[in-house]
Design a protein around this ligand. Structure first.
Ligand SMILES: Cc1cc2nc3c(=O)[nH]c(=O)nc-3n(C[C@H](O)[C@H](O)[C@H](O)COP(=O)(O)OP(=O)(O)OC[C@H]3O[C@@H](n4cnc5c(N)ncnc54)[C@H](O)[C@@H]3O)c2cc1C
Length: 477
């Protein structure tokens, strides 16, 4: 059985990784691992035949047809429903990326990188066979934005190859930001933004186990709370953590190196297909979350008897529109999927290029609307323990019930869910995630424009002028 259970995943986390939080090295990482059990509960959608007599997660599928993309859609949607889209970096995210890479030999094999490609394919098979959970760091930290990313003080931080032995390369530097870092089995590094040709030692792609000596995992503050699921439905279970990663002379075995100081490969692989591949996963997650938010908001206004107010219905319509536009863009991207070469199919990238910078703004607005609709109700929320108190419970039932006799407990649970979604410490972190997880919106609008210029001729203006010149002028008298 290649698809792991929660217990098997937890057993894999007990190693010698250097995870730091609040200035302390964490000795034993324990976490809930329900996510791995979820794939077994929903095996019809989440698991596929691995071709070796077992099963593997659907995110490891290398799509060879439009039907494969549909199979993957069903699985990714079911996975996203586990956290109603509040978990950005469930392991399917990196799995999808590596399945896409492994399906593109014509990209990875170029410029003398045959060995890197061979290693990559073997690693992708290992991810599927061992059901590995991966985090990734693809962004170079910049100290001074006045200086180009790979010059001066900024270049000093760049992850680079500093040495080589017969069987390994030694790397040093830092990367942002490993979501899921402390809970992952492996850390993957692969190309994101283009790098200068004259700095080949930073053109790296590889994967190492999280327990590799020299890997320092610096966690942000923990926003998870040891409270009931009723009180904090997200914070009690879904703090996926984010960590700054320092590679302090980390030894990477050569069979885990996919790009070794090769800027040609590094700068090419992200340009063909990555967006059409990975954004099927990210947009499915976003859609699940937007639909959840719309339903949550609708229930909130019913409980407060505000469903008939026009300014309220406008906001609900706005929320629904974001979900529906996302669904439509996803459907178009999937319907227009094609073979990107090597017999590997990804979605059409155009709708994704448009969504990538636009969705962050919608996600922030969703939270704004939830707060606007929720008002003080987001804080007048008795806890589960309050309802167990025999003196307090009848008072809560009387004073904190909802419209149409909705019980106080149900009302409280609803607004607690909304607060944890949009307003708690974890909710705030998820909002920041939405803004930046695929790089900043200004950067992505620029990319959208560049892609639009690359992929199509734009002649409507001269054609209009030509047609106008051929028409007789209207004489207004
Ligand atoms: C919660 C969270 C989780 C993350 N998880 C991961 C992960 O798992 N793996 C990973 O590799 N990375 C991850 N990231 C990192 C993410 O990829 C980077 O934070 C993101 O790329 C932004 O980096 P930056 O600040 O350098 O962006 P920049 O693009 O430099 O933007 C910085 C600021 O400048 C503004 N800006 C940028 N360009 C322009 C412009 N042309 N004009 C005007 N303003 C501009 C932006 O709006 C922003 O305010 C995560 C980030 C967050 C917040």
């Amino acid at each position: 059985m290649a698809a792991r259970t929660g217990d098997e995943y937890l057993a894999g986390l007990k190693d010698r990784r250097a995870v730091w939080v609040y200035g302390q090295a964490v000795q034993d990482l324990t976490t809930h691992a329900d996510f791995f059990d979820w794939q077994h509960i929903h095996k019809e959608q989440c698991l596929i035949d691995d071709g070796r007599g077992g099963v593997t997660n659907v995110s490891n599928l290398i799509p060879r047809s439009r039907e494969d993309l549909q199979t993957r859609h069903r699985g990714l949607e079911r996975i996203a429903r586990y956290g109603v889209g509040m978990l950005g970096r469930t392991p399917d995210y990196v799995n999808v990326t590596f399945a896409g890479f492994a399906g593109q030999p014509s990209l990875w094999q170029q410029a003398g990188n045959e060995q890197g490609h061979e290693n990559l394919v073997a690693f992708q098979q290992e991810i599927a066979a061992r059901d590995l959970s991966l985090t990734h760091t693809i962004i170079h930290p910049v100290v001074d934005k006045r200086v180009p990313d790979y010059e001066g003080v900024n270049l000093q931080l760049a992850l680079r190859k500093v040495d080589e032995t017969r069987d390994s390369i030694i790397v040093k530097g830092a990367r942002i930001l490993a979501t899921l870092g402390p809970f992952a089995d492996e850390l993957a590094v692969y190309p994101a933004h283009p790098i200068p040709e004259e700095s080949p030692d930073i053109a790296l792609s590889f994967s190492v186990p999280m327990s590799t000596p020299g890997l320092k995992v610096l966690c942000r503050d923990h926003y998870g709370v040891s409270r009931s699921v009723f009180d904090f439905p997200f914070s009690s279970r879904f703090d996926e953590q984010d960590a700054f990663i320092i590679f302090d002379n980390v030894e990477v075995p050569k069979n885990r190196v996919f790009c070794d100081s090769n800027p040609d490969v590094f700068n090419m692989v992200i340009r063909r297909g990555w967006t059409g591949n990975i954004m099927q996963q990210t947009v499915i997650r976003a859609l699940v979350k937007l639909e959840f938010a719309y339903e949550l908001a609708t229930r909130m206004v019913e409980v407060t008897g505000q469903s008939g107010r026009s300014e309220v219905t406008q906001m609900l319509g706005e929320l629904w529109s974001y979900a529906e536009l996302t669904r439509s863009a996803l459907k178009t991207a999937e319907a227009d999927a094609f073979d990107y070469g090597d017999g590997t199919w990804f979605c059409d990238e155009r709708p994704f290029y448009a969504l990538r910078p636009t969705l962050p703004g919608w996600m922030v607005r969703v939270n704004d609307i939830l707060k606007q609709l929720g008002s003080h109700n987001l804080l007048a929320i008795p806890s589960e323990a309050d309802f167990s108190d025999p003196d307090l419970a009848p008072l809560l039932d009387h004073y904190l019930r909802g419209a149409d006799e909705v019980p106080a407990r149900e009302r409280s649970r609803l607004f607690r869910t909304a607060w944890d979604f949009a307003g708690s410490a974890l909710g705030g972190r998820v909002e920041l995630y939405e803004r930046f997880y695929l790089a900043s919106a200004p950067r992505n609008y620029s990319l959208a424009h560049m892609s639009a210029q690359r992929n199509r001729e734009w002649n409507a203006v001269p054609e209009f002028w030509q047609a106008a010149d051929d028409m007789p002028a209207v004489n207004f008298k």
